[in-house]
Ligand binder design. Structure first.
Ligand code: BGC
Length: 471
Protein backbone atom coordinates (compact mmCIF):
# COMPACT_ATOMS: atom_id res chain seq x y z
CA UNK A 1 0.00 0.00 0.00
CA UNK A 2 1.45 3.30 -1.01
CA UNK A 3 -1.52 5.36 0.19
CA UNK A 4 -3.08 8.26 -1.64
CA UNK A 5 -0.84 10.83 -3.32
CA UNK A 6 0.23 13.44 -0.81
CA UNK A 7 1.03 16.34 -3.11
CA UNK A 8 -1.10 17.86 -5.84
CA UNK A 9 -0.20 15.24 -8.41
CA UNK A 10 -2.52 12.41 -9.25
CA UNK A 11 -1.70 8.76 -8.99
CA UNK A 12 0.06 7.28 -11.98
CA UNK A 13 -2.90 5.15 -12.97
CA UNK A 14 -5.00 8.19 -13.82
CA UNK A 15 -2.48 9.55 -16.31
CA UNK A 16 -2.85 9.78 -20.09
CA UNK A 17 -0.05 8.82 -22.49
CA UNK A 18 2.72 11.36 -23.03
CA UNK A 19 1.93 13.73 -25.88
CA UNK A 20 -1.84 13.30 -25.48
CA UNK A 21 -3.53 16.38 -27.00
CA UNK A 22 -5.99 18.45 -24.97
CA UNK A 23 -8.21 20.81 -26.88
CA UNK A 24 -11.62 22.30 -27.47
CA UNK A 25 -13.90 22.16 -30.51
CA UNK A 26 -16.17 24.67 -32.26
CA UNK A 27 -17.98 25.07 -35.59
CA UNK A 28 -18.00 28.09 -37.90
CA UNK A 29 -21.74 28.81 -37.94
CA UNK A 30 -22.03 28.42 -34.19
CA UNK A 31 -19.41 31.03 -33.32
CA UNK A 32 -18.18 33.18 -36.20
CA UNK A 33 -20.96 35.63 -37.04
CA UNK A 34 -19.89 38.01 -39.86
CA UNK A 35 -22.35 36.09 -41.97
CA UNK A 36 -22.06 38.35 -45.02
CA UNK A 37 -18.71 40.00 -44.40
CA UNK A 38 -15.62 40.02 -46.61
CA UNK A 39 -17.37 38.34 -49.51
CA UNK A 40 -18.90 35.37 -47.69
CA UNK A 41 -21.92 33.82 -49.40
CA UNK A 42 -25.01 32.67 -47.49
CA UNK A 43 -25.15 29.16 -46.11
CA UNK A 44 -28.23 27.00 -45.60
CA UNK A 45 -27.99 27.85 -41.91
CA UNK A 46 -28.17 31.58 -42.65
CA UNK A 47 -31.31 30.92 -44.66
CA UNK A 48 -32.76 28.61 -42.00
CA UNK A 49 -32.14 31.17 -39.24
CA UNK A 50 -33.40 34.13 -41.25
CA UNK A 51 -36.63 32.25 -41.90
CA UNK A 52 -37.22 32.07 -38.12
CA UNK A 53 -36.53 28.36 -37.73
CA UNK A 54 -34.23 28.70 -34.74
CA UNK A 55 -36.19 28.23 -31.54
CA UNK A 56 -35.43 31.56 -29.82
CA UNK A 57 -35.32 33.58 -33.02
CA UNK A 58 -31.52 33.58 -33.10
CA UNK A 59 -29.54 33.81 -36.30
CA UNK A 60 -25.87 33.29 -37.00
CA UNK A 61 -25.44 36.91 -38.11
CA UNK A 62 -23.31 37.76 -35.08
CA UNK A 63 -23.29 34.51 -33.04
CA UNK A 64 -20.44 35.03 -30.55
CA UNK A 65 -18.49 37.26 -32.93
CA UNK A 66 -15.49 34.96 -33.17
CA UNK A 67 -14.67 36.29 -36.65
CA UNK A 68 -13.61 39.54 -35.03
CA UNK A 69 -12.49 38.15 -31.66
CA UNK A 70 -10.47 35.13 -32.73
CA UNK A 71 -7.27 36.44 -31.13
CA UNK A 72 -8.98 36.81 -27.77
CA UNK A 73 -10.46 33.33 -28.20
CA UNK A 74 -7.05 31.82 -28.88
CA UNK A 75 -5.92 33.38 -25.61
CA UNK A 76 -8.79 31.59 -23.83
CA UNK A 77 -7.42 28.33 -25.19
CA UNK A 78 -3.90 29.20 -24.18
CA UNK A 79 -5.03 30.07 -20.67
CA UNK A 80 -6.41 26.56 -20.17
CA UNK A 81 -3.20 25.02 -21.46
CA UNK A 82 -4.80 23.62 -24.62
CA UNK A 83 -2.41 22.05 -27.11
CA UNK A 84 -4.91 21.57 -29.95
CA UNK A 85 -8.04 23.20 -31.37
CA UNK A 86 -10.69 21.80 -33.68
CA UNK A 87 -12.52 24.43 -35.73
CA UNK A 88 -14.54 24.24 -38.93
CA UNK A 89 -14.07 26.11 -42.17
CA UNK A 90 -17.13 27.81 -43.60
CA UNK A 91 -17.41 26.56 -47.16
CA UNK A 92 -19.38 29.65 -48.36
CA UNK A 93 -16.66 31.91 -46.96
CA UNK A 94 -14.23 30.21 -49.32
CA UNK A 95 -16.58 29.63 -52.27
CA UNK A 96 -19.55 32.02 -51.95
CA UNK A 97 -21.35 30.08 -54.70
CA UNK A 98 -20.13 26.69 -53.54
CA UNK A 99 -18.05 26.22 -56.67
CA UNK A 100 -16.25 28.46 -59.17
CA UNK A 101 -14.70 31.70 -58.04
CA UNK A 102 -12.93 31.52 -54.66
CA UNK A 103 -13.04 34.41 -52.19
CA UNK A 104 -9.48 35.22 -51.13
CA UNK A 105 -10.60 37.10 -48.02
CA UNK A 106 -12.32 33.99 -46.72
CA UNK A 107 -9.17 31.93 -46.91
CA UNK A 108 -7.21 34.79 -45.34
CA UNK A 109 -9.35 34.56 -42.22
CA UNK A 110 -8.45 30.91 -41.66
CA UNK A 111 -4.78 31.61 -42.40
CA UNK A 112 -4.78 34.31 -39.74
CA UNK A 113 -6.55 32.03 -37.28
CA UNK A 114 -4.15 29.16 -37.90
CA UNK A 115 -1.11 31.42 -37.61
CA UNK A 116 -2.43 32.75 -34.32
CA UNK A 117 -2.93 29.21 -33.02
CA UNK A 118 0.55 28.11 -34.04
CA UNK A 119 2.13 31.22 -32.54
CA UNK A 120 0.51 30.20 -29.25
CA UNK A 121 1.62 26.58 -29.38
CA UNK A 122 -1.82 25.21 -30.31
CA UNK A 123 -2.10 22.63 -33.09
CA UNK A 124 -4.91 23.36 -35.57
CA UNK A 125 -7.33 20.59 -36.60
CA UNK A 126 -9.71 21.72 -39.35
CA UNK A 127 -13.15 20.29 -40.14
CA UNK A 128 -14.09 20.86 -43.77
CA UNK A 129 -17.85 20.55 -43.36
CA UNK A 130 -19.82 21.27 -40.21
CA UNK A 131 -23.26 21.58 -41.85
CA UNK A 132 -23.10 25.09 -43.40
CA UNK A 133 -23.61 24.19 -47.05
CA UNK A 134 -23.47 27.15 -49.46
CA UNK A 135 -27.07 28.14 -50.17
CA UNK A 136 -26.17 28.33 -53.86
CA UNK A 137 -25.61 24.58 -53.86
CA UNK A 138 -28.82 23.93 -51.94
CA UNK A 139 -30.61 25.84 -54.68
CA UNK A 140 -29.29 23.22 -57.10
CA UNK A 141 -30.46 20.27 -55.01
CA UNK A 142 -27.96 20.28 -52.13
CA UNK A 143 -26.95 16.85 -50.88
CA UNK A 144 -29.76 15.29 -52.89
CA UNK A 145 -27.56 15.98 -55.88
CA UNK A 146 -24.45 13.96 -56.62
CA UNK A 147 -22.84 17.18 -57.84
CA UNK A 148 -22.65 18.42 -54.24
CA UNK A 149 -20.38 15.50 -53.31
CA UNK A 150 -18.18 16.42 -56.26
CA UNK A 151 -18.19 20.12 -55.30
CA UNK A 152 -17.19 19.14 -51.76
CA UNK A 153 -14.24 17.22 -53.15
CA UNK A 154 -13.18 20.26 -55.19
CA UNK A 155 -13.49 22.63 -52.24
CA UNK A 156 -11.49 20.18 -50.09
CA UNK A 157 -8.75 20.06 -52.73
CA UNK A 158 -8.59 23.86 -52.77
CA UNK A 159 -8.22 24.02 -48.98
CA UNK A 160 -5.71 21.18 -48.82
CA UNK A 161 -3.46 22.86 -51.36
CA UNK A 162 -3.51 26.15 -49.46
CA UNK A 163 -3.65 25.26 -45.78
CA UNK A 164 -1.76 21.99 -45.43
CA UNK A 165 1.51 23.89 -44.99
CA UNK A 166 0.24 24.64 -41.49
CA UNK A 167 -2.73 22.33 -40.84
CA UNK A 168 -1.64 18.70 -40.52
CA UNK A 169 -5.01 17.14 -39.65
CA UNK A 170 -8.28 17.49 -41.51
CA UNK A 171 -11.70 16.11 -40.63
CA UNK A 172 -13.90 15.70 -43.68
CA UNK A 173 -17.49 15.92 -42.44
CA UNK A 174 -18.92 16.43 -38.97
CA UNK A 175 -21.73 14.13 -37.80
CA UNK A 176 -23.04 12.77 -41.05
CA UNK A 177 -25.93 11.13 -39.25
CA UNK A 178 -27.17 14.41 -37.75
CA UNK A 179 -27.40 16.57 -40.83
CA UNK A 180 -28.60 13.71 -43.02
CA UNK A 181 -31.34 12.35 -40.76
CA UNK A 182 -32.37 15.52 -38.94
CA UNK A 183 -31.80 17.99 -41.78
CA UNK A 184 -33.30 15.91 -44.57
CA UNK A 185 -35.60 13.44 -42.82
CA UNK A 186 -37.11 15.32 -39.91
CA UNK A 187 -36.59 18.94 -40.87
CA UNK A 188 -35.13 19.89 -37.48
CA UNK A 189 -31.79 21.07 -38.86
CA UNK A 190 -31.10 23.03 -42.07
CA UNK A 191 -32.12 22.70 -44.83
CA UNK A 192 -35.27 21.70 -42.94
CA UNK A 193 -36.46 19.02 -45.37
CA UNK A 194 -38.70 16.07 -44.72
CA UNK A 195 -37.83 13.80 -47.59
CA UNK A 196 -39.03 10.28 -48.22
CA UNK A 197 -36.91 7.40 -46.84
CA UNK A 198 -35.54 6.66 -50.31
CA UNK A 199 -34.49 10.27 -50.81
CA UNK A 200 -32.85 10.38 -47.38
CA UNK A 201 -30.93 7.24 -48.25
CA UNK A 202 -29.65 8.93 -51.39
CA UNK A 203 -28.60 12.01 -49.40
CA UNK A 204 -26.73 9.73 -47.00
CA UNK A 205 -24.96 8.04 -49.88
CA UNK A 206 -23.91 11.41 -51.35
CA UNK A 207 -22.59 12.50 -47.94
CA UNK A 208 -20.33 9.48 -47.55
CA UNK A 209 -19.33 9.82 -51.19
CA UNK A 210 -18.38 13.45 -50.47
CA UNK A 211 -16.25 12.20 -47.57
CA UNK A 212 -14.43 9.76 -49.86
CA UNK A 213 -13.83 12.41 -52.51
CA UNK A 214 -12.45 14.74 -49.84
CA UNK A 215 -10.09 12.04 -48.56
CA UNK A 216 -8.82 11.54 -52.11
CA UNK A 217 -8.51 15.30 -52.67
CA UNK A 218 -6.41 15.67 -49.55
CA UNK A 219 -4.17 12.78 -50.57
CA UNK A 220 -3.69 14.41 -53.97
CA UNK A 221 -3.27 18.04 -52.92
CA UNK A 222 -1.99 18.23 -49.36
CA UNK A 223 1.60 18.14 -48.22
CA UNK A 224 2.97 14.70 -47.50
CA UNK A 225 2.11 13.53 -44.01
CA UNK A 226 -1.20 15.38 -43.82
CA UNK A 227 -3.72 13.19 -42.03
CA UNK A 228 -7.43 12.91 -42.73
CA UNK A 229 -10.47 11.16 -41.27
CA UNK A 230 -14.16 11.69 -40.49
CA UNK A 231 -15.70 13.25 -37.35
CA UNK A 232 -18.83 11.20 -36.83
CA UNK A 233 -21.17 10.82 -33.89
CA UNK A 234 -21.02 7.05 -34.13
CA UNK A 235 -24.13 5.31 -32.86
CA UNK A 236 -22.48 3.91 -29.78
CA UNK A 237 -23.02 0.51 -28.25
CA UNK A 238 -21.71 -1.01 -25.02
CA UNK A 239 -22.00 -4.41 -23.35
CA UNK A 240 -24.56 -4.13 -20.58
CA UNK A 241 -22.49 -6.56 -18.50
CA UNK A 242 -18.83 -6.81 -19.47
CA UNK A 243 -18.40 -10.43 -20.53
CA UNK A 244 -16.46 -11.55 -23.61
CA UNK A 245 -19.74 -12.66 -25.29
CA UNK A 246 -21.45 -9.36 -24.63
CA UNK A 247 -18.43 -7.41 -25.85
CA UNK A 248 -18.56 -9.34 -29.12
CA UNK A 249 -22.28 -8.62 -29.27
CA UNK A 250 -21.65 -4.89 -28.79
CA UNK A 251 -19.12 -4.98 -31.63
CA UNK A 252 -21.58 -6.69 -33.98
CA UNK A 253 -24.32 -4.22 -33.07
CA UNK A 254 -21.98 -1.27 -33.64
CA UNK A 255 -21.25 -2.46 -37.15
CA UNK A 256 -24.97 -2.88 -37.92
CA UNK A 257 -26.19 0.36 -36.40
CA UNK A 258 -23.61 2.39 -38.33
CA UNK A 259 -23.95 0.53 -41.61
CA UNK A 260 -24.83 3.60 -43.69
CA UNK A 261 -22.00 5.69 -42.25
CA UNK A 262 -18.87 4.37 -40.50
CA UNK A 263 -19.26 0.81 -41.72
CA UNK A 264 -19.39 1.74 -45.39
CA UNK A 265 -16.59 4.31 -44.92
CA UNK A 266 -14.34 1.80 -43.19
CA UNK A 267 -15.23 -1.27 -45.25
CA UNK A 268 -16.08 0.17 -48.67
CA UNK A 269 -19.32 -1.79 -48.94
CA UNK A 270 -22.87 -1.69 -47.74
CA UNK A 271 -23.61 -4.75 -45.65
CA UNK A 272 -26.19 -7.19 -46.99
CA UNK A 273 -28.35 -6.57 -43.93
CA UNK A 274 -28.28 -2.82 -44.59
CA UNK A 275 -29.31 -3.18 -48.22
CA UNK A 276 -31.98 -5.72 -47.34
CA UNK A 277 -33.32 -3.33 -44.70
CA UNK A 278 -33.57 -0.49 -47.23
CA UNK A 279 -35.29 -2.76 -49.78
CA UNK A 280 -36.84 -0.65 -52.54
CA UNK A 281 -35.57 2.52 -50.86
CA UNK A 282 -31.89 1.55 -51.18
CA UNK A 283 -29.69 4.28 -52.65
CA UNK A 284 -28.46 4.18 -56.21
CA UNK A 285 -24.70 3.65 -56.28
CA UNK A 286 -21.89 2.17 -58.33
CA UNK A 287 -19.02 -0.06 -57.29
CA UNK A 288 -16.68 2.84 -58.05
CA UNK A 289 -18.59 4.95 -55.50
CA UNK A 290 -17.93 2.30 -52.88
CA UNK A 291 -14.23 2.33 -53.63
CA UNK A 292 -14.13 6.09 -53.20
CA UNK A 293 -16.19 5.97 -49.99
CA UNK A 294 -13.85 3.33 -48.59
CA UNK A 295 -10.67 5.35 -49.27
CA UNK A 296 -8.35 4.54 -46.36
CA UNK A 297 -8.33 7.14 -43.59
CA UNK A 298 -5.52 7.92 -41.16
CA UNK A 299 -7.69 8.08 -38.06
CA UNK A 300 -11.26 7.93 -36.85
CA UNK A 301 -12.65 11.06 -35.26
CA UNK A 302 -15.66 10.41 -33.07
CA UNK A 303 -18.00 12.73 -31.20
CA UNK A 304 -19.00 10.96 -28.01
CA UNK A 305 -21.89 12.08 -25.84
CA UNK A 306 -23.51 8.83 -24.73
CA UNK A 307 -24.05 5.12 -25.22
CA UNK A 308 -26.98 4.79 -27.61
CA UNK A 309 -27.67 1.15 -26.84
CA UNK A 310 -26.59 -1.35 -24.22
CA UNK A 311 -26.55 -4.82 -25.72
CA UNK A 312 -25.91 -8.42 -24.80
CA UNK A 313 -25.30 -11.65 -26.63
CA UNK A 314 -28.31 -13.63 -27.80
CA UNK A 315 -29.13 -16.75 -29.79
CA UNK A 316 -30.68 -14.69 -32.56
CA UNK A 317 -29.20 -14.82 -36.04
CA UNK A 318 -27.43 -11.49 -35.59
CA UNK A 319 -25.98 -12.65 -32.27
CA UNK A 320 -27.04 -9.74 -30.07
CA UNK A 321 -30.03 -8.04 -28.61
CA UNK A 322 -30.57 -4.53 -27.37
CA UNK A 323 -31.41 -4.60 -23.70
CA UNK A 324 -34.97 -3.43 -23.24
CA UNK A 325 -35.30 0.11 -21.99
CA UNK A 326 -31.69 0.96 -22.63
CA UNK A 327 -31.68 2.13 -26.18
CA UNK A 328 -31.72 5.40 -28.04
CA UNK A 329 -31.24 3.44 -31.22
CA UNK A 330 -34.51 3.32 -33.03
CA UNK A 331 -35.80 0.43 -35.04
CA UNK A 332 -34.30 0.68 -38.54
CA UNK A 333 -37.19 2.69 -39.92
CA UNK A 334 -36.86 5.53 -37.42
CA UNK A 335 -33.79 7.72 -37.80
CA UNK A 336 -31.53 8.12 -34.83
CA UNK A 337 -31.55 11.35 -32.83
CA UNK A 338 -28.44 13.03 -31.53
CA UNK A 339 -28.13 15.31 -28.55
CA UNK A 340 -29.81 18.42 -29.89
CA UNK A 341 -33.03 16.51 -30.51
CA UNK A 342 -33.14 14.94 -27.09
CA UNK A 343 -36.08 17.00 -25.91
CA UNK A 344 -38.13 14.33 -27.61
CA UNK A 345 -36.90 11.52 -25.40
CA UNK A 346 -38.75 10.10 -22.45
CA UNK A 347 -36.92 10.30 -19.14
CA UNK A 348 -35.75 6.70 -19.18
CA UNK A 349 -33.76 7.43 -22.31
CA UNK A 350 -32.40 10.71 -21.02
CA UNK A 351 -30.74 8.67 -18.27
CA UNK A 352 -28.45 7.37 -21.00
CA UNK A 353 -27.08 10.88 -21.39
CA UNK A 354 -25.02 9.99 -18.37
CA UNK A 355 -23.17 7.02 -19.75
CA UNK A 356 -19.46 7.67 -19.25
CA UNK A 357 -18.61 4.16 -20.47
CA UNK A 358 -19.40 5.53 -23.93
CA UNK A 359 -15.85 6.87 -23.80
CA UNK A 360 -14.33 3.46 -23.21
CA UNK A 361 -16.49 1.42 -25.60
CA UNK A 362 -16.87 4.25 -28.10
CA UNK A 363 -13.13 4.16 -28.70
CA UNK A 364 -12.22 0.55 -27.90
CA UNK A 365 -14.80 -0.97 -30.27
CA UNK A 366 -13.33 1.05 -33.14
CA UNK A 367 -10.22 -1.05 -32.70
CA UNK A 368 -12.13 -4.32 -32.24
CA UNK A 369 -14.36 -3.75 -35.27
CA UNK A 370 -12.23 -1.79 -37.75
CA UNK A 371 -8.71 -1.99 -36.41
CA UNK A 372 -8.49 1.79 -35.88
CA UNK A 373 -4.86 2.87 -35.58
CA UNK A 374 -5.50 6.39 -34.33
CA UNK A 375 -8.58 7.88 -32.70
CA UNK A 376 -9.51 11.43 -31.77
CA UNK A 377 -12.42 12.28 -29.51
CA UNK A 378 -13.61 15.15 -31.67
CA UNK A 379 -16.40 16.26 -29.31
CA UNK A 380 -17.64 15.53 -25.81
CA UNK A 381 -19.54 17.80 -23.47
CA UNK A 382 -22.86 18.60 -21.86
CA UNK A 383 -25.23 21.56 -21.84
CA UNK A 384 -26.19 23.65 -18.85
CA UNK A 385 -28.68 26.50 -18.56
CA UNK A 386 -27.85 30.18 -18.14
CA UNK A 387 -29.15 29.96 -14.55
CA UNK A 388 -26.86 27.05 -13.75
CA UNK A 389 -23.87 28.95 -15.08
CA UNK A 390 -24.81 32.33 -13.67
CA UNK A 391 -22.10 32.42 -11.05
CA UNK A 392 -19.60 30.49 -13.08
CA UNK A 393 -19.85 27.32 -11.01
CA UNK A 394 -20.82 24.66 -13.51
CA UNK A 395 -20.03 21.95 -10.99
CA UNK A 396 -22.34 19.51 -12.72
CA UNK A 397 -20.22 19.72 -15.85
CA UNK A 398 -17.05 19.00 -13.87
CA UNK A 399 -18.59 15.96 -12.23
CA UNK A 400 -19.94 14.71 -15.58
CA UNK A 401 -16.60 15.24 -17.33
CA UNK A 402 -14.58 13.58 -14.62
CA UNK A 403 -16.69 10.45 -15.04
CA UNK A 404 -16.23 10.53 -18.83
CA UNK A 405 -12.50 11.16 -18.72
CA UNK A 406 -12.05 8.39 -16.19
CA UNK A 407 -13.43 6.01 -18.81
CA UNK A 408 -11.30 7.58 -21.53
CA UNK A 409 -8.21 7.12 -19.41
CA UNK A 410 -9.20 3.49 -18.90
CA UNK A 411 -9.21 3.12 -22.69
CA UNK A 412 -5.75 4.61 -23.17
CA UNK A 413 -4.42 2.49 -20.29
CA UNK A 414 -5.75 -0.57 -22.15
CA UNK A 415 -3.78 0.50 -25.21
CA UNK A 416 -6.65 1.97 -27.24
CA UNK A 417 -4.85 4.48 -29.51
CA UNK A 418 -6.73 7.65 -28.58
CA UNK A 419 -4.41 10.57 -29.40
CA UNK A 420 -6.42 13.55 -28.26
CA UNK A 421 -9.59 14.94 -26.75
CA UNK A 422 -11.55 17.98 -27.94
CA UNK A 423 -14.05 19.32 -25.46
CA UNK A 424 -17.34 20.62 -26.86
CA UNK A 425 -17.12 23.52 -26.53
CA UNK A 426 -14.64 26.33 -26.00
CA UNK A 427 -17.44 28.78 -25.19
CA UNK A 428 -21.20 29.10 -25.19
CA UNK A 429 -22.47 29.36 -28.74
CA UNK A 430 -25.40 28.99 -31.09
CA UNK A 431 -26.74 25.48 -30.55
CA UNK A 432 -28.30 25.07 -34.01
CA UNK A 433 -32.09 24.90 -33.99
CA UNK A 434 -32.14 25.09 -30.19
CA UNK A 435 -30.73 28.63 -30.28
CA UNK A 436 -28.63 30.26 -27.58
CA UNK A 437 -30.29 28.61 -24.55
CA UNK A 438 -28.24 25.41 -24.20
CA UNK A 439 -24.84 26.43 -22.80
CA UNK A 440 -22.08 24.02 -23.78
CA UNK A 441 -19.11 26.28 -23.08
CA UNK A 442 -16.15 26.16 -20.74
CA UNK A 443 -16.51 29.94 -21.00
CA UNK A 444 -19.68 31.91 -20.48
CA UNK A 445 -20.44 34.52 -23.13
CA UNK A 446 -22.44 37.60 -22.24
CA UNK A 447 -24.38 38.12 -25.44
CA UNK A 448 -24.90 41.84 -24.82
CA UNK A 449 -21.20 42.60 -24.49
CA UNK A 450 -19.61 39.44 -25.98
CA UNK A 451 -17.50 39.24 -22.85
CA UNK A 452 -16.07 35.76 -22.19
CA UNK A 453 -15.71 34.51 -18.60
CA UNK A 454 -14.18 31.17 -17.64
CA UNK A 455 -16.44 28.76 -15.74
CA UNK A 456 -15.26 26.32 -13.09
CA UNK A 457 -14.97 23.67 -15.83
CA UNK A 458 -12.30 25.77 -17.60
CA UNK A 459 -10.16 25.72 -14.44
CA UNK A 460 -10.75 21.99 -14.13
CA UNK A 461 -9.77 21.18 -17.72
CA UNK A 462 -6.66 23.34 -17.32
CA UNK A 463 -5.61 21.14 -14.42
CA UNK A 464 -6.35 17.98 -16.41
CA UNK A 465 -4.16 19.26 -19.25
CA UNK A 466 -1.42 20.39 -16.86
CA UNK A 467 -1.18 17.02 -15.11
CA UNK A 468 -2.14 15.05 -18.23
CA UNK A 469 -4.35 13.03 -15.93
CA UNK A 470 -7.89 12.80 -14.62
CA UNK A 471 -8.10 15.12 -11.61
C1 BGC B 1 -22.46 18.85 -33.06
C2 BGC B 1 -22.22 20.21 -32.45
C3 BGC B 1 -23.29 20.46 -31.40
C4 BGC B 1 -23.08 19.46 -30.28
C5 BGC B 1 -24.03 19.60 -29.11
C6 BGC B 1 -22.84 17.81 -32.06
O1 BGC B 1 -24.00 17.23 -32.50
O2 BGC B 1 -21.41 18.46 -33.89
O3 BGC B 1 -22.21 21.15 -33.47
O4 BGC B 1 -23.30 21.75 -30.96
O5 BGC B 1 -23.16 18.15 -30.77
O6 BGC B 1 -25.33 19.27 -29.45
Amino acid sequence: MTGPPTNSTTSADRRFPDGFLWGTATAAFQIEGAWDEDGKGPSIWDTFGHAGNIRDGSTGDVAVDHYHRYKEDVQLMKAIGATAYRFSISWPRIFPDGIGQPNAKGLDFYRRLVDELLANGIEPFATLYHWDLPQALQDKGGWQSRDTAKAFGDYSAYIAARLSDRVRHFFTINEFSSFVELGHGRGILAPGLQLSPGQVNQVRHHAVLGHGLAVQAIRAQARAGTKVGPAEQIIGTAPVIETPENIRAAAAALRDFNAGYMTVMMEGRYTDAFLAGQAADAPTFTSEDLQIIGSPVDFIGTNIYMVHAFVRASDSERGYEVVAGSSMVPPPARPYQPTHARAQYPNSEIALMLSPESMYWGSRLLVDVWGAKEIFITENGMPTTAEEDAEGFDTGRVVWLRAYLTELQRATADGVPVRGYFHWSLMDNLEWGAGMAPKFGLHRVDLATQKRTPKLSAAWLREVARQNAVV
